[in-house]
Design a protein around this ligand. Structure first.
Ligand code: CTP
Length: 421
């Protein structure tokens, strides 16, 4: 009930152009359309010719209460379907499902159907929900196309992991309609109407690129077991979302979490400390700054058994080796880029946090004390202190979203002083 109310609040009266491409996930477009209409949105649908093979125009016309557009003109009477006016009409152009083929054409500016010409004409925010087989999704060509689209401000609703139509299991399933609706609602709540568009709003971090690490890493012991920690990822996800809201291009390197990717954020999954090291250092090479929020394992099993370990009668010893310190590596190479760290402490907090700040070359460190009620793992609140060269600043207990705003404010101030150097 609550989520319906929230959907309605953001979508009432909004004009959503729903683009459907030729994927088996097109069947979910019916539910997507229904949810949007129920939430009060006015929905028009444009389909690629192939999409008609997966879901009928009759179904979509009935649900959207508008005729469907597929061709540039109506062959019966020659009426022209104007891609320009469709693009102008919409507050948001949502392409769901978006196939690898359509994403590639969008990235290249190919305009060989009505859905694509409308994309090229659209002035409103554009959201794509990719749907494809796992190998197509992971292919460097598709990843490059998504990166290109993200750089141009296209919002991407990350596909989920799970069973695919091919019978394979992996990442590529279109996000669930409820997730997509929540994404669009949040996006439109961030803007006001189609005019001014999101891109015209003042964005204080426009043109800046950030890497944010978040969540818990997991270190395999054998194919069945692993070592991990209690981090939920909520703080890092909130920071990634806040930086994106301020116009930054954000790569979120994510360990294990159960969270949805924040609006406008490019997410890279990196489960182990070693994977996170690779993904974060690669993304930092092109970034203006990084926020190191992940709870990274300091140790990993020295050897990973390739078969399930069998128990014996006695004790068992697991030999661990050190992982690489991602933050320290970024700190050593950072130049005058911005680096923000976190410290979660249980005792001697100030001294430990200060030591980490200097050792890892953080511009400032966000200290959480597990001694403070409402701070730390899993919850939706946090109580933090900022420590930089100038000293310590204590914040009251706040929601993680508010903490993320304060961190983004502090990042903006530090960026000004970095550029003044
Ligand atoms: N960090 C990292 N890579 C690691 C370990 C930590 O990037 N392998 C980052 C964390 O994301 C955080 C900061 O370093 O921003 C401090 O992490 P923490 O685990 O508290 O500090 P450690 O240096 O690992 O010290 P200790 O575990 O001994 O407290």
């Amino acid at each position: 009930m609550e989520s319906n109310d929230r959907s309605a609040a953001g979508l009432q009266g909004r004009r959503i152009l729903l683009g459907i491409t030729g994927s088996i996930a097109a069947y979910k477009a019916a539910q997507l359309c229904r949810l949007l209409v129920t939430a009060g949105a006015d929905v028009q649908v444009v389909m690629t010719p192939l999409a008609k093979q997966f879901i009928t125009p009759l179904t979509m016309a009935t649900l959207s209460k508008h005729p469907i557009r597929v061709e540039f003109f109506d062959p019966e009477n020659g009426a022209w379907h104007s891609h320009v006016s469709l693009g102008e009409w919409a507050d948001c152009y949502l392409i769901a499902p978006a196939t690898a083929n359509t994403l590639a054409k969008m990235a290249c500016g190919i305009a060989d159907n009505l859905l694509l010409t409308t994309y090229l004409s659209a002035r409103c925010p554009v959201v794509v929900a990719p749907a494809m087989d796992l190998d197509m999704y992971a292919h460097p060509a598709t990843q490059q196309n998504l990166h290109t689209l993200a750089e141009r401000g296209i919002r991407i609703v990350e596909p989920a992991e799970g069973e695919l139509a091919s019978g394979l299991h992996g990442k590529g399933r279109m996000a669930e309609p409820e997730t997509i609706v929540a994404f669009v609602r949040e996006l439109l709540a961030d803007g006001t109407t189609s005019s001014p568009t999101l891109s015209e709003k003042k964005k204080s971090l426009q043109g800046k690129r950030f890497v944010v690490t978040a969540g818990a890493t997991i270190e395999a012991i054998d194919p069945v077991r692993y070592l991990t920690n209690h981090s939920s990822g909520k703080m890092g996800y909130a920071i990634a979302g806040e930086l994106a809201r301020r116009g930054a291009e954000v790569t979120l390197v994510s360990g294990r979490t159960a969270l949805d990717t924040p609006v406008g954020v490019r997410r890279v999954d990196a489960l182990s400390a070693a994977e996170m090291y690779e993904a974060t250092t690669a993304a930092f090479a092109e970034a203006d700054g990084a926020v190191m929020c992940a709870a990274v394992a300091d140790y990993t099993p020295a050897e990973v058994a390739d078969r399930k370990l069998q128990k014996g009668d006695g004790e068992m010893t697991l030999v661990l080796k050190r992982t690489r310190d991602i933050a320290a590596a970024l700190g050593a190479a950072k130049g005058n880029r911005l680096l923000v760290g976190f410290a979660l402490e249980t005792h001697d907090e100030q001294a430990h946090a200060e030591a980490k700040r200097t050792k890892k070359n953080f511009d400032f460190i966000v200290l959480n004390s597990l001694c403070d009620a409402g701070a730390g793992f899993r919850g939706d609140t946090n109580k933090v202190s900022f420590i930089d060269r100038a000293g310590r600043e204590d914040m009251p207990l706040m929601s993680k979203a508010e903490v993320a705003e304060r961190i983004a404010d502090k990042i903006e101030k530090h960026l000004v002083s970095c550029s003044a150097v």
